[in-house]
Design a protein around this ligand. Structure first.
Ligand SMILES: *Cc1c(COP(=O)(O)O)cnc(C)c1O
Length: 429
């Protein structure tokens, strides 16, 4: 990579050390183009070399060689990989996490179960609270869940930079009619990081359950679900967990909830039954979070999740977070110096303790700047209406990469390269 003209600023020592210590692990992801500055590891993570090898082996030896006999060990993958993910990155004890389906589907299953539980034990609780500006799929699914269970959606409008504060949450909970609160731990746009334990305690105090959306948190920030006594959570594995496009998501259900035999999935498929292979006509839910499995597990995707989790576990979530803070701080400082004068304004929290692993910059021409950056070998992404989203994920990029990325962005915006591009946006970024 070309030497950057932006090197030389002083930064936090622990973070710099963590970043350097991760160097050998950074060398264990596949890189076809060493000059590419990849700042989109929060949308699709890197390919671990170990995943490429293991997938090739599983396809050849297990699928090709074992054929149907492979189910003797594949059948445990959703729960086993879930346990490893839970203990390495989510602070969730065994039996509470399974890897399956997608966020959209897992959100539907868990939110429906939570609202039906409220109907049984406290029918006055009919309200589902969520963030009004959450990711569209979450909103679509929660609207459908509310309609199907007779609940009412109460969207809370967050601060666009800092997310939902304690006062807005308290106001939403005050009427005493809330059954479930669904919030993103790290906002997919601003990167605002909420207080997992504090919000969970406030929701419990108000007599409701909480479901944490961990899409931009898992693998990016330390998460202690059991420590916070969090009830439910969902997330995906293709972002920070490096499991590849379309890899299955995960869900967490606190053990106390599944002690209740009536807390079940609205999609009671055979893989969520106590014994999928006894072909019993009557459905008996499996113990623990496994009862939220539905159909056959995606074995190849699960193997990729396993390798992503192993790589991140080896890196250590605290070290990843220290390196991530170091890199986002560096990015913010460089953006202030070189991009703010060009109109790219920080739209994420300035305090790294309240920010996840990405940074957004607002600019009316964000789409064309994002496209021009890709042409310059700087891959971030764009979120409507005007946000350029940049994630310096520690296994994807180092400090020199962040410096190089900002230098290229500065040069292209200063030269007006983006203005030569069409205004129409691509369908997927
Ligand atoms: C990435 C993301 C999703 C993706 O949902 P899938 O069903 O897994 O495709 C949903 N919600 C949020 C907040 C996300 O960041």
């Amino acid at each position: 990579m070309a030497a950057s003209s932006l090197a030389g600023m002083t930064t936090n020592e622990d973070g710099a050390r963590a970043c350097a210590e991760l160097g050998p692990l950074r060398a264990r992801v596949v890189r076809h183009d060493p000059g590419l500055v990849y700042l989109d590891g929060n949308s699709l993570g890197m390919l671990p070399a170990a995943a490429r090898e293991r997938l090739a082996r599983v396809v050849d030896e297990e699928w090709g060689g074992e054929l149907v006999r492979g189910w003797s060990h594949w059948s445990e993958l959703s729960a086993d990989v879930g346990d490893r993910l839970g203990s390495a990155l989510l602070g969730s004890a065994p039996g509470q996490v399974v890897v399956c389906d997608t966020i959209s589907v897992n959100l539907f299953k868990l939110a429906t179960a939570a609202l039906r539980r409220a109907q049984r034990i406290d029918p006055r609780r009919t309200v589902l609270v969520t963030d009004a500006t959450t990711f569209p799929t979450d909103r679509y699914v929660l609207e459908a869940v509310a309609a199907q269970t007779g609940a009412v959606l109460r969207p809370v409008v967050p601060d666009p930079v800092h997310g939902i504060g304690p006062d807005a949450l308290a106001a939403a909970l005050a009427p005493g009619d809330v059954a479930l609160v669904v919030l993103q731990l790290v906002d997919y746009r601003s990167a605002a990081l909420l207080d997992l334990a504090g919000v969970t305690a406030a929701v419990h105090e108000a007599g409701a359950l909480v479901l944490w959306q961990l899409a931009h948190a898992a693998g990016a920030v330390p998460v202690d679900l059991d420590g916070a006594e969090a009830d439910l959570a969902v997330g995906c594995t293709y972002k920070y967990l490096d499991a590849g496009p379309g890899a299955p998501g995960f869900l967490h259900v606190a053990a106390a909830l599944t002690e209740d035999d009536a807390f079940v999935s609205p999609i009671p498929g055979w893989w969520g039954a106590a014994d999928p292979f006894d072909m019993d006509a009557a459905y008996t839910p499996a113990a623990g979070a496994s009862r939220f499995l539905a159909g056959s597990p995606p074995v190849l995707g699960l193997v990729a999740v396993d390798e992503g989790v192993r790589l991140l576990a080896e890196a250590g979530v605290d070290r990843l977070r220290a390196a991530s803070v170091h890199l986002t701080e560096r990015l913010v400082a460089l953006a202030d110096e070189h991009l703010a004068p060009l109109g790219l304004a920080l739209a994420s929290p300035r305090d790294p303790a309240r920010r996840g692993g990405h940074v957004v910059l607002a600019h009316p021409e964000a789409y064309r700047i994002g496209a021009a950056a890709v042409a310059r070998g700087v891959v971030g992404d764009v979120r409507p209406p005007d946000l350029l989203r940049l994630a310096p994920v520690p296994l994807a990029v180092d400090e020199a990469g962040v410096e190089e990325g900002v230098a290229r962005l500065r040069d292209l915006v200063a030269a007006g390269e983006h203005l030569a591009l069409p205004e129409r946006r691509a369908r997927v970024t």
